[in-house]
Design a protein around this ligand. Structure first.
Ligand SMILES: NC(=O)c1ccc[n+]([C@@H]2O[C@H](COP(=O)([O-])OP(=O)(O)OC[C@H]3O[C@@H](n4cnc5c(N)ncnc54)[C@H](OP(=O)(O)O)[C@@H]3O)[C@@H](O)[C@H]2O)c1
Length: 349
């Protein structure tokens, strides 16, 4: 039996849409009919620039998968054919999401059953993107800011102020929701005003319009919103160096700034002012993130079902895998605004 897949034959090669065999689940694996795969900026970076070390070619990209269990390998417990699942995938011929059928090892904790209140497309927005916000904010020091490594429901930052720079990004939308989950009383975000109502529905209390206020002016503008010190900040904008600088300028002495940047530079006065910065390589499948990732996935289905974590809004791309190469270019041209791009490989013509 064959399927359609988008294959990268070698580093920096163009994608090839081709027929390949449907993989067979080995011991402890499930075969998943992929009904949604969310795209991420890193997919463009890997295809065009080979930015992730140790990718073995040929490979199939697609890190965020949702689908239905199609077949069970030997020894699989806790899953049945037809279960709706979402999971953190990996770049590999059998396990990448940009194909019609992918394998998943269910001894890996980075998988959950999709709660009944969301669809496959929405579920696919969660794994990598939520991790990118959650790891540097919640996981224990020194990996993250340690705001709630165990998802303890008693933790509360009631009355405190948080700031999210880039709240309109997919990652920033989850950062806003994490601050709300933690009980922050004031959650300021820097984003386009056209997303205001949506970002307020996620938990933002104030939106500073990025089309009106340039990043270097942000710290002064924030002072007009609150006189309180800002001890917790998330910066979701990586490509614009001004974003980290603007966040740092807003950060109270002794405060913590988390970011989607994998290796944020440390300002010269960080030690003297007690300001800490936490970057992330957002895989929950590798150290030092495995323990936190396990806790996150254990809690995730319930947090989604009760509406504490709402998935990103999605733009479902037409025609399945064929449009992915063009869609990835949109990450580089500002062509993604307030939505997650999602593809259903079953729609491939
Ligand atoms: N370290 C890791 O492991 C990791 C993992 C995943 C993602 N990331 C990184 O995290 C970043 C966010 O990823 P994503 O998927 O969430 O991106 P995304 O949703 O594709 O980002 C698009 C959004 O960025 C907003 N934006 C662009 N420039 C801005 C600025 N100067 N200020 C405020 N908002 C701005 C746009 O706002 P408008 O709507 O106003 O146009 C748009 O809504 C990317 O750089 C990505 O590479 C890192």
């Amino acid at each position: 039996m064959s399927q359609k897949a988008l294959v990268l034959e070698e580093a920096k090669a163009p994608f090839v849409l081709k027929s390949i065999p449907i993989p067979k689940p080995g011991t402890g694996e499930i075969l998943v009919k992929v009904l949604a795969c969310a795209l991420n900026p890193v997919d463009f970076g890997v295809q065009a620039r080979d930015i992730i070390p140790n990718v073995k070619y040929p490979t199939i990209l697609g890190l965020d998968v949702a689908g239905d269990v199609e077949a069970l390998g030997e020894g699989v417990e806790g899953y049945a054919i037809g279960d709706r699942v979402f999971f953190a995938a990996e770049y590999s011929m059998n396990h990448g999401g940009l194909q019609q059928y992918a394998l998943k090892d269910v001894s890996d904790p980075n998988i959950g059953k999709i709660p009944p209140n969301i669809g496959h497309g929405e579920a696919s927005t969660i794994p990598l993107t939520l991790s990118t916000a959650a790891i540097p904010l919640l996981s224990a020091n020194p990996v993250g800011a340690g705001l709630n490594p165990t998802f303890d429901s008693k933790v509360s930052f009631d009355g405190e102020v948080a700031l999210v720079i880039g709240g309109g990004t997919s990652v920033g939308q989850y950062a806003i929701q994490i601050f709300k989950y933690l009980g922050f009383g004031t959650i300021i975000t820097y984003a386009s005003a056209r997303h205001s109502d949506f970002l307020k529905s996620l938990g933002a209390t104030h939106v500073i319009d990025r089309t009106e206020v340039p990043l270097p002016a942000l710290s002064e503008t924030v002072k007009t919103v609150t006189p309180l010190p800002i001890k917790n900040i998330y910066v979701a904008i990586v490509a614009v160096p001004d974003a980290l600088e603007a966040g740092y300028a807003c950060l109270a002495h002794g405060g913590q700034m988390a970011t989607a940047h994998p290796a944020p530079p440390k300002p010269a006065d960080a030690e003297a002012t007690g300001r800490k910065i936490y970057g992330v390589f957002a895989s929950t499948k590798i150290e030092p993130n495995i323990e936190f990732g396990t806790a996150m996935w254990k809690n995730l289905p319930k947090l989604v079902e009760e509406g504490t974590i709402k998935p990103n809004r999605i733009e479902m791309l037409p025609s399945g895998l064929a449009v992915v190469p063009d869609a990835l270019l949109r990450f580089m041209t500002g062509g993604v605004s307030g939505v997650k791009l999602v593809v259903n490989p079953q729609d491939t013509i």
